[in-house]
Design a protein around this ligand. Structure first.
Ligand SMILES: Nc1ncnc2c1ncn2[C@@H]1O[C@H](COP(=O)(O)OP(=O)(O)O)[C@@H](O)[C@H]1O
Ligand SMILES: [Mg+2]
Length: 256
């Protein structure tokens, strides 16, 4: 695949960002997401009752969260009951994109809080449920790879037809790999003109090592958008503190 040299996409205004999302999309873009929805039906094993699909990429700014939002919307629009989960517990963005509060969210479930699924229902579509990140924890990778995470996903999958999990980039942190054994498969987003071949090779090597199913690749061809290197830099900061609050509760059953 010939990928152009990486360059930083121009920043989008909040109004422009909304134009890249769900019902605000132009016809051609919505058509591509509908095609992705159809393709996923062929790549997800037929016996899986509720596919749990992770969305990742090699680096930040390639369009993972945009893809997760739009894919979950087209699935909901098709009549499936869909849960969109913000699994980027370092720089969450789903709450902001969806105009909902970021707490309570996934981290609350992971520390043992009870959940009220009805309160996650989106105002945009009756089949669409949004679970934001919750408070940012000090140990995202540990949380995403925990037994508790597996329990949470198992219980949630009883209530939905699809679960879409927005994840951080593979080349920066191990979070997407940590959750990989609990999901049905992964969608890899590649942003043309931004993802370098070296980045993509490294990402694919990591993904192969984890043995996760690759359900498909999305070529996000836009030359525009904000990749925010300042945010990307945050991944490089080490998080040395540890809070008791986010201790994993592996043994505890998760019930709704
Ligand atoms: N196809 C696209 N066209 C225009 N802007 C896009 C497109 N895909 C993503 N963007 C913009 O690029 C930025 C990064 O996208 P995002 O989905 O948040 O990336 P990631 O989750 O991979 O970090 C956002 O401002 C988003 O609105
Ligand atoms: Mg994102």
């Amino acid at each position: 695949m010939a990928l152009k040299k990486k360059k930083r996409p121009a920043a989008l205004t909040p109004a422009e960002i909304q134009k890249t999302l769900h019902k605000n999309l132009e016809f051609i873009a919505s058509e591509q997401y509908r095609l992705l929805r159809t393709n996923i039906k062929f790549t997800v094993p037929a016996d899986v009752k509720c596919p749990i699909i992770g969305v990742t990429s090699s680096i930040r700014g390639e369009g993972k969260s945009t893809t997760a939002v739009n894919l979950s919307y087209v699935l909901a629009n098709k009549g499936h009951k869909v849960l969109l989960v913000d699994g980027d517990l370092r720089i969450p963005s789903i709450a902001k994109k969806m105009g909902v509060k970021s707490t309570p969210g996934l981290t609350d479930l992971l520390i043992g809080s009870s959940a009220d699924i009805a309160s996650w229902k989106s105002e945009i579509h009756k089949n669409w449920y949004i679970l934001p990140s919750g408070e940012i924890p000090p140990n995202p990778s540990e949380l995403l790879g925990s037994k508790r995470m597996e329990n949470v996903l198992n219980v949630l999958s009883e209530h939905f037809d699809y679960i879409i999990v927005d994840l951080p980039p593979v080349n920066i942190v191990s979070d997407a790999m940590a959750i990989s054994s609990y999901i049905t498969g992964m969608i890899i987003v590649i942003r043309e003109g931004y993802t370098s071949k070296k980045d993509l090779d490294r990402c694919m090597r990591q993904i192969k090592l984890s043995n996760v199913n690759i359900l498909g690749c999305v070529m996000n061809e836009s030359e525009e958008g904000s990749a925010s290197y300042s945010k990307y830099g945050r991944y490089k900061r080490s998080r040395s503190y540890y809070s008791e609050e986010y201790k994993i509760q592996d043994k505890e059953e998760f019930n709704l």
